[in-house]
Design a protein around this ligand. Structure first.
Ligand code: GAL
Length: 744
């Protein structure tokens, strides 16, 4: 039977590369995968520090039980230009930094110790995407995803493609196409069985067939009682395939779902029902360690997008992301727009050939994810290039005709070769450049496409560089940041021809000097780099139904003098409550409903408290004194949420919260630190240092002494063994808060 062996431990890491490292071990730094070649400061660093070669070595013994079996070393992703050597012989090379690759060890292993050497090159090789121009993100060097050894029988099952052609019929069908790999050329005969199980492991159907060639197609029909995969009920099934041949047995299991997606001229439909897509773009980067965080952090990001920001779609800008992230999207019902690596620049013929290959690699790796609803087959925001994009579209359709293609552009009247016109519409804010156009959230579709007909259409970016906003920026700037996201959401909800909108972006990210605020950060997120929400995060979160979560987020730090001139009006409250009550000091409370006039299309417009809600006398008083306030949100006439503000905030408590209590190996977990006032609100302007001490079976990633930014900071800890972990976070004024976790 097939087995996988974890291959993440015991690597030795070297700066640079020398030929001798392919044949002999040399002393270096012991590391574990995922690994970043260079740990970076939070900001203001030189991104060239990782733009050169690095070498990883690992020794291992070939097990006697591997004799006569197929042995492959698999890498989920390494940045970039990887070359793999076994005992001095080059056995694999893979240029792309975002897709998996394998190195076949069969027949090449020797008895005793074997040496694997992987050379990577973090320089921005202009011969491959996304390089050759300037890009607004970093491509951190390292073997930054996991590695494993796959041991199979000499005849084994390739990655199957599972299709569900008649999802909306009462009785359903599954077709499976699988490759039968037989690199040793053994006599080919045997039986392949495909069985489907539901999420409780209950059998749903099975079929068996004799194998007689390199590829085999199986059909399971008449499947009854199937649950559709949906965003509210992401029902997953598992396809299990068993191969029996005279050379042995093989087995694979693959999750999939029954769902149908359509982008129409009247918007997006999931399983035949209209769904307005509401999303954000995600970069897969984290502070200090760049791309190199494992499963827990990848899954956590998906959870944040789905359950905290309450999105229904994410775009993996601008490359294929971790399998753990995508698996999680399948499990929790978060739709995905996945795209090939690239940013504005198109290179020469070899470069384009590599981009076409990236389409193949992406589609092949991910074709069974029910969460993925569209393939992005253009280089993000590139110019038209007819032949190139005819080819990327052709390849995507040929490999997977169950999903549409999109191609993200910002140019208008771009040639529509894809199924969906996917547009980065940065028109909001353009009025600041002069011109006659008044403030406009989104342009009409036909002005953008220049076509004489309506086509399937989706907004894939807005916001971002048009209004960079830091989490400790002035309250009024943050209110404007919120407003812009709300106005685009409102416009997208109001236009049935728009499938949805995906804003720029979920999380702040480190970037090149050519972009961002000079600090090597694009402060474009609705959350900061630690995934701590800014106010704008609640523009999205508040669009969910109160049955999912009651959201009540006043866009204020509640301070007398933070805003120009003073006070807090107009005060926007991001909420899905039916109405709110403002209680200011001991004045009679005021009930105010959502502003449906300004935001007629939003599922849940914000409440906007303005001068018009106060009498002249009250306004005078409002300005003269500064008091505590309570805001209560009502759902169905009952109080459902409450926020209290104090007029005299003082530092009261240092909150330390880990994402989980239990940490797995190679799987760093985030810990958030917040300085809170006596009402439990963050102190936005408390930029004091906190020191972090980690003891027991874990180590801290990143520095031990960090400032609070907008009242919070975060860090990740990585298990170094098993047992208890102690974390102590100390601030001079707030003392120490300690928590305990376990490395399991
Ligand atoms: C877009 C680009 C994104 C990001 C964004 C900033 O043009 O596609 O990657 O740079 O601008 O707003």
């Amino acid at each position: 039977m097939r087995s996988y062996i974890d291959f993440n431990d015991g690597w030795v890491f070297h700066e640079g590369f020398a030929g001798a490292l392919t044949t002999e071990t040399a002393p270096g730094k012991s590391v574990r995968l995922p690994h970043t070649a260079v740990e970076l400061p939070f900001s203001y660093f030189d991104e060239r520090s990782y733009q050169h070669q690095f070498t990883y070595q690992k020794t291992f013994h070939a097990e006697p039980s591997w004799a006569g079996r197929e042995v492959t070393l698999l890498f989920d992703g390494a940045m970039a230009n990887s070359t793999v050597y076994l005992n001095g012989v080059e056995i694999a090379a893979h240029k792309d930094g975002y897709t998996p690759f394998g190195a076949r060890l069969t027949g090449r292993l020797r008895s005793g110790v074997n040496l694997v050497t992987v050379v990577i090159d973090g320089s921005e090789n202009p011969d491959i995407p996304p390089f050759g121009g300037r890009i607004d993100y970093l491509t951190y060097a390292g073997i930054y995803r996991e590695a494993s050894l796959r041991i199979t029988a000499p005849i084994w099952i390739g990655h199957p493609k599972i299709e569900t052609p008649d999802v909306l019929a009462r009785s359903k069908t599954v077709t499976v196409r699988a490759e039968i790999n037989n690199l040793e050329g053994k006599p080919l005969s045997g039986t392949l069985t495909a069985a489907i199980k539901d999420r409780n492991g209950k059998p749903v159907g099975s079929v068996a067939s004799e194998i007689d060639g390199k590829s085999i197609s199986l059909t399971l029909s008449g499947l009854d009682g199937i649950e559709l995969w949906d965003i509210d009920n992401p029902a997953l099934y598992t396809l299990e395939m068993q191969l029996e041949t005279p050379s042995g047995s093989d087995w694979v299991a693959c999750p999939f779902g029954f769902r149908q997606v359509e982008f129409t001229t009247e918007g997006f439909k999931l399983n035949g029902k209209p769904l307005k897509l509401r999303g954000l773009n995600r970069h897969q980067s984290f502070p200090y360690v760049g791309y190199a965080l494992g499963r827990a952090a990848q899954e956590r990001d998906a959870d944040i997008l789905k359950h905290e920001l309450h999105l229904n779609i994410v775009r993996t800008s601008h490359y294929p992301q971790s399998k753990y992230f995508l698996d999680r999207c399948d499990q929790i019902g978060l739709l995905v727009f996945e795209e090939i690596p690239g940013w504005q620049h198109i290179g020469g013929d070899a470069w384009k050939a590599e981009a076409v290959e990236n389409v193949r690699r992406m589609v092949r790796r991910d074709w069974n994810h029910p969460s993925i609803v569209i393939w992005g087959v253009r280089i993000n925001e590139s110019q038209d290039d007819h032949d190139f994009y005819v080819e990327t579209n052709r390849v995507a359709h040929e490999m997977d005709n169950t999903r549409p293609t999109g191609g993200v552009r910002y140019i208008t009247e771009s040639e529509m070769l894809e199924d969906v016109y996917t547009m980065n519409d940065f028109i909001l804010g353009n009025e600041e450049l002069g011109g006659n156009r008044p403030r406009t959230p989104l342009r009409p579709q036909q002005e953008v496409t220049g076509l004489d007909r309506i086509v399937p259409y989706m907004i894939t970016e807005y916001g971002g560089h048009m209004y960079p906003t830091k989490s400790n920026d002035h309250e009024q700037r943050q209110a404007e940041h919120v407003l812009r996201h709300l106005q685009v959401l409102n416009a997208a909800y109001g236009d049935p021809q728009i499938a949805g909108c995906i804003g720029w972006c979920a999380f702040d990210y480190n970037t090149h000097k050519d972009f961002g605020s000079g600090d090597r950060i694009c402060h474009h997120g609705v959350s900061d780099m630690f995934r701590e929400p800014k106010f704008a995060a609640y523009a999205y979160a508040s669009q969910c139904e109160p049955s999912e979560e009651v959201i009540l987020k006043p866009v204020t730090f509640w301070a007398r003098g933070e805003r120009n001139i003073g006070g807090t009006l107009p005060l926007m409250i991001l909420t899905n409550c039916d109405e709110i009550e403002l209680r200011y000091g001991s004045y009679p409370g005021k009930r105010i409903g959502p502003d449906r006039e300004a935001f007629p299309h939003l599922p849940h417009p914000p409440v906007v408290i303005d001068r018009k809600h106060f009498s002249k006398d009250e306004l005078g008083l409002w300005g003269m004194e500064w008091l505590d306030a309570t805001i209560i949100g009502y759902v169905d006439g009952k109080p459902a949420a409450e926020v209290k503000f104090v007029a005299d905030p003082i530092p009261a408590r240092l909150e330390v919260i880990a994402d989980t209590d239990s940490i797995g190996a190679s799987d760093p977990v985030r810990v958030m630190v917040r300085a809170l006032d006596q009402a439990g609100n963050k102190l936005p302007f408390f930029p004091e240092p906190v020191s972090i001490a980690v003891s027991g079976a874990a180590r801290l990633l990143g520095p031990e002494l960090v400032p609070l930014r907008a009242g919070s900071t975060g860090f990740w800890i990585e298990a170094t063994g098993r047992g208890p972990i102690g974390i102590k976070v100390t601030n001079d004024r707030l003392g120490t808060t300690a928590i305990e976790l376990t490395a399991a």
